[in-house]
Structure formats: structure tokens, C-alpha cells
Design a protein around this ligand. Structure first.
Ligand code: ASP
Length: 432
């Protein structure tokens, strides 16, 4: 391959994938894309998912054990959680301001509304049913795994994080009394390095994986070009509102946080994050993107592993600025479209419930809209309302996942800076 930075190759893969999927949809040749090309994308995603759990386990145990100061761990965790909550609340507020300014959904033709509700009503009921099973108390209790190996097997990230933290702390305590503990910690360190090495290898096929994922998504969306045109004309305003609000949050909140609270130049941060963002966009999953986010933040931004190994997996699970923002915009859009406008008090309620709902959203495609049901219920909107927006959820999921991942990286960088744990310039993996 000629010498081009990796993110350019991924970007080329992305554009080519969109173009290929589009042409296939236009010419009615979507079957081969869905049957043969999209699976390559799923294969690539499986490779990333394969390493996400071991990476979190090994690097977190190694990171915590090397802290040898548990008060530092509490401090880092406290700062990260406070920033995660704060940035999510701000994101939702930005979403609400933008949606109130633009007012999408007001005056949506009754006929369009009925058509959408009829076409997506059944799917909406299914989503609402899965949301009914979510209980916040149960989710909190479930952070402690009854069987850590089960947690690893089921990729329950928060449970893995909890177990890894406990194991790391236990090893640190043991190392004061038992000789040889340092060797065990070293093993975890080396295993974590080995997994990062695997990320390097897997990323070599990222352009192809991204091409295949995008071709699949676009071909699937464009199977029925007439219906797609109708959808865009009725829901285009809503989609644009979500995208504009996401951009405002990225350009204002993250750049201010990086510029004011760190010494990292914004341009270095923005450039380092591109591969993770492109992957988040293509996969719609912050969990699958996590190994690449970790690599970008450590090697591109220069954040020390002590912070990234803990703060990023935590963020991938609980911090979803993009999802919270989207849920706020979507709730107001649905209210407008149904002719049931929300007052100020109800919108404040949205900030609270969307923040909680985004924490409870799993970092995989399409869960944000399931958790939206909880937000709608809280402000007294019918849950069937999600039928209005279901058809265009995938592209918005792609966009909000980019923000989710960037938010985690921003907080990790700010926390690392406050602890003096950001290294100058780009760092390279020992084996790279
Ligand atoms: N796809 C999102 C993520 O993985 C979650 C969502 O909003 O559906 O970050």
C-alpha cells in the first residue's frame, strides 16, 4: 500500500462503501452486497469484539496494580464519573436548545404521521417491551458479578470492570507481603501489550471492514429508494437537528474542555481520534470500538495506561453523550409530531431521565431508541411514538456513537491531564 496515514485508508473505505452500497441500491443489485459483502464487515467486527473483553481485563488489572496507591484510583474514578455525568447533562441540554430552536415535527402532515405509525407500530411495540424489562436498581446491583467468568463470557463490561478493579487492588495489597506478586502483575501487563499488538494487526484490514459495513448499511437502507425519499422528506428536519446538535457538542464542549483543562493541542486530539470515530460511525457500537479508542487515546493523544485502562471501559459503558442528546431531541420531535408540546418542566425532566437512560444504554447498535421509551413514559408521551423515528434510527445511531466514543476520550484526556499523566507527543507501542 502506498504511504498514507491509516485514517485516510479507513476514510477511503468508508466513502467507497457508501458509494458501492448506493450504486447497488440504485441498480437493484443489493442481494450480493447483503449476502457476501456485509458478512466481511461482521467478521471484522467480531475480530474487534474478540479482543475487547480480554483487553479491558488485562489492561485494567495491570493499570490498577501499577497505581500502588488506592486513593489515586478513587480520585481518578471520582473525577471521571463527575465529568461523565456533567458532559452528558450538557449534551442533553444542547440537544433540547437546538430542537426547540428548529422545532422539527411541528406541522408534520397527519397522513405522514399515520403512515409511519402504521408501518413501524409493530417494531415500536417490540422495542417498548424490551424497555419495560429495564430496572435501574437491578442494573446497579448487577454491576457486581456473581460469577466473574460468566461476566467475561457474556461480555458484561461493567461487571468485568468491577472484577478487574478488585483483582488489581488485591494484587497491589498482596505485593506488600508476598514476594513474586510483581511477576503476576507483569504477566497482566504483557498480556495487555499483546492484545494492543493484536489491535495493530486487526486495524490493517480496517479499511476493508469499514467498506463492507458501510456498503451493507447503505444497500439495506436503499432497498426501496422510493420509500427512502419519502422518509427523508418527512424526517430530514429531525435528522438534521440531531446532527447539528451533535456537532455543536463536539466543537464547543469537547474543544473547550481539551483547550482549557489540558495541554494537549486540540488539533492533536482531533486527529488522533479519527480512526476510532470512523469505526464508531461504521459499526454503531462503542463497545466494539473500545480497543481502537484505547489505542488512539494512548498512542495518539499520549494518555497514560493508568488512566485509559480504567476510564475508557467505564465510559464506553456508562457515558453516552450522543445517545442522551439524541434521546432529548427525539422526545421533543415526537411530542411536536403528535401535537403534544412539552413545557419547560417536562423538558427538565427529560435532562434527568435521558441522562439515566443513556447510562443504562448498552454500547451496541440500536439500544438508544429502546431506552428512549423510558424517557417518553416519564414525560407522559405514548411509547408508540418511537414508531415515527424508527425508520431513520440507524444513520443517527452511527452519528451518536461517534460522539459517545469521543466523549469518553475527552474525559480520559482531561482526567489524565489533571493527574500529570499525559505524555508529550505521540507514543508508540513497544512492539510497534
Ligand atoms: N449505538 C450506541 C453505542 O454503542 C448506543 C445507542 O445509542 O444505541 O454507543
Amino acid at each position: 500500500m502506498p504511504k498514507l496515514a491509516m485514517h485516510w485508508w479507513i476514510l477511503i473505505g468508508l466513502v467507497a462503501g457508501v458509494a458501492y452500497g448506493y450504486v447497488a441500491a440504485l441498480t437493484g443489485h443489493t442481494a450480493h452486497v447483503l449476502d457476501f459483502i456485509a458478512p466481511i464487515g461482521r467478521l471484522f467486527l467480531n475480530l474487534l469484539k474478540m479482543i475487547a473483553v480480554p483487553l479491558v481485563l488485562f489492561s485494567l488489572v495491570a493499570g490498577v496494580a501499577s497505581l500502588n496507591d488506592s486513593s489515586k484510583l478513587g480520585r481518578i474514578g471520582g473525577k471521571a464519573i463527575a465529568l461523565y455525568l456533567g458532559t452528558t447533562a450538557v449534551a442533553i441540554a444542547i440537544g433540547l436548545v437546538v430542537v426547540n430552536l428548529f422545532g422539527p415535527g411541528q406541522g408534520l402532515a397527519t397522513e405522514t404521521r399515520e403512515k409511519l405509525l402504521a408501518a413501524y407500530g409493530e417494531a415500536a411495540t417490540e422495542k417498548a417491551a424490551s424497555a419495560a424489562q429495564v430496572s435501574i436498581v437491578d442494573q446497579l446491583i448487577d454491576i457486581v458479578p456473581t460469577n466473574p467468568f460468566g461476566a467475561l463470557a457474556d461480555a458484561q463490561m461493567l461487571q468485568v470492570v468491577f472484577f478487574a478493579l478488585m483483582l488489581g487492588i488485591a494484587l497491589t495489597r498482596l505485593s506488600r507481603r508476598v514476594e513474586g506478586t510483581a511477576h503476576v502483575i507483569k504477566v497482566f501487563q504483557l498480556l495487555s501489550d499483546a492484545i494492543i499488538e493484536m489491535v495493530q494487526v486487526i486495524m490493517k484490514i480496517a479499511p476493508l471492514g469499514v467498506f463492507a459495513m458501510l456498503a451493507g448499511v447503505v444497500a439495506d437502507l436503499g432497498k426501496d429508494p422510493g420509500a427512502l425519499g419519502d422518509l427523508l422528506s418527512s424526517l430530514g428536519g429531525y435528522m438534521a437537528t440531531v446532527v447539528i446538535a451533535l456537532l455543536v457538542h463536539y466543537l464547543v464542549v469537547y474543544s473547550v474542555l481539551i483547550k482549557v483543562f489540558t495541554k494537549v493541542p486540540w488539533s492533536r486530539f482531533a486527529k488522533a481520534m479519527i480512526p476510532a470515530q470512523l469505526l464508531a460511525f461504521s459499526s454503531s457500537s462503542s463497545a466494539a470500538t473500545l480497543p481502537v479508542t484505547i489505542r488512539c487515546v494512548e498512542q495518539g493523544v499520549g494518555v497514560d495506561e493508568e488512566v485509559s485502562s480504567f476510564v475508557l471501559p467505564l465510559g464506553a459503558t456508562i457515558n453516552m453523550d450522543g445517545t442522551g442528546l439524541y434521546q432529548g431531541v427525539a422526545a421533543v420531535f415526537i411530542a411536536n409530531a403528535l401535537g403534544l408540546p412539552l413545557d419547560f418542566g417536562q423538558q427538565l425532566m427529560i435532562v434527568l431521565t435521558a441522562a439515566l437512560a443513556s447510562i443504562g444504554t448498552a454500547a451496541v447498535p440500536g439500544v438508544g431508541i429502546v431506552m428512549l421509551v423510558i424517557v417518553l413514559k416519564q414525560v407522559g408521551l405514548p411509547e408508540a411514538g418511537i414508531g415515527l423515528i424508527l425508520a431513520v434510527d440507524r444513520p443517527l445511531d452511527m452519528c451518536r456513537t461517534v460522539l459517545n466514543v469521543t466523549g469518553d476520550a475527552t474525559v480520559a484526556t482531561v482526567v489524565a491531564s489533571s493527574e500529570g499523566l499525559v505524555h508529550e507527543g505521540e507514543r508508540h507501542h513497544p512492539a510497534a
